[in-house]
Design a binder for this molecule. Sequence first.
Ligand SMILES: Cc1cc2nc3c(=O)[nH]c(=O)nc-3n(C[C@H](O)[C@H](O)[C@H](O)COP(=O)(O)OP(=O)(O)OC[C@H]3O[C@@H](n4cnc5c(N)ncnc54)[C@H](O)[C@@H]3O)c2cc1C
Length: 387
Amino acid sequence: MCSCVRGSRALPPALLPRLLLPQSGFRLAGRGFWSSPRGLAVSGDPQPLPVPSQARVVICGGGIVGTSVAYHLARLGWTDIVLLEQGRLGAGTTRMCAGMVTVAKPLSIECRMANYSNSLYEQLEEETGVQTGYVKTGSLCLAQNQDRFISLKRLASRLKVMGISCSIIKPKDVAKLHPFLNIHDLVGALHLPADAVVSPPDVNHALAVAAAGRGVQFLDRTSVQQVLVEKSQVTAVETDRGSIQCQYFVNCAGQWGYELGQASEVKVSIPLHGCEHFYLITKPLQEPLPPSTPVVIDMDGRIYVRPWQGGLLSGGFEKNPKPIFTEGRNQLEIQNMQEDWDHFAVSVRYYRTPLPSAVLNVSLIALTPFSNVSTSRSIGIQSNAFS
Ligand SMILES: Cc1cc2nc3c(=O)[nH]c(=O)nc-3n(C[C@H](O)[C@H](O)[C@H](O)COP(=O)(O)OP(=O)(O)OC[C@H]3O[C@@H](n4cnc5c(N)ncnc54)[C@H](O)[C@@H]3O)c2cc1C
């Protein structure tokens, strides 16, 4: 198998998905490069904006969580908000995200959040003029055994109570919805017709544009070094470009969240550690998959598969994920990571799509950090569906 794949470093730029292009900066999908609106200093600007001496709220982290917090606070009428990003906006995990927006979540609160995210992303392009890659694909959660089938039925009942459309379907209906799925020995599936896919860096960009339009100030290439506290109250944030007095500080540093908590004057313990996460992208299939092909979530096989530029993007969550950056600081640039087919083979074994043959055309196997919290759920726009 190894002989037929190439590592991400060897991949020609044309084949790299935009979400993997570290140097791409922000752009309006399909509309050329974007010039930053007032308040949004981004890579490519000759000088970063000066750091203000004070703000009401300082947000650390320009990934999808930080930009979303900025957007929502601004929409609620909060003013005097500054977002600080050590690299470029969206250069962290968000850049690697597969972009599946699904309500298939273990907790009701997560289902509600995912449902809300879906509605937000659906109208974000209209609000901001930024293309977000939003496509309503629907998704199929497969049951390979009776226990899983019962748990999907329970999920369906919960979703129906929340007013979220879904149905339990038979294997022959699964085959009608997805051209490639092997339905042999499948017990059934949960169909979620409103689930969607997005381009996460573009959603990140759109949220930043919308927040900047409402007065939030964005500063990239500005690293938070310490949070100062007096009588249990945040008083200021020290950065590598000066300090900012503030009333509120929001830690949206993703996989750096733990380090940042430890860097506070009063240490905050954030139970989160990065793990390796493998996914692969096939070349376009001979008969390219329509972009509206449903996402497949196979909780028993611990894999997901989404349509990707006429082919497939698929990742797996092994039972024994490998922790990453166990020594030293988390890295922002991750191109030196090594692919590990032996480890990923555990996931590949479960493919119900024709990946065994499509794998011959795999253009990339990527290895990216994935933030895991101690409950084994990821945090972010949504937690993953495989917990
Ligand atoms: C391969 C892959 C596939 C995924 N697929 C999905 C999916 O389909 N659906 C889904 O919902 N989720 C998915 N996820 C999870 C999702 O990508 C993350 O939950 C989400 O991107 C986390 O966003 P974040 O803003 O918390 O973190 P990040 O995007 O990592 O942002 C944190 C930011 O904080 C900045 N920062 C850190 N420390 C400092 C500091 N001291 N000073 C200044 N800035 C700092 C970093 O530079 C970074 O930009 C996937 C993840 C991966 C890796």
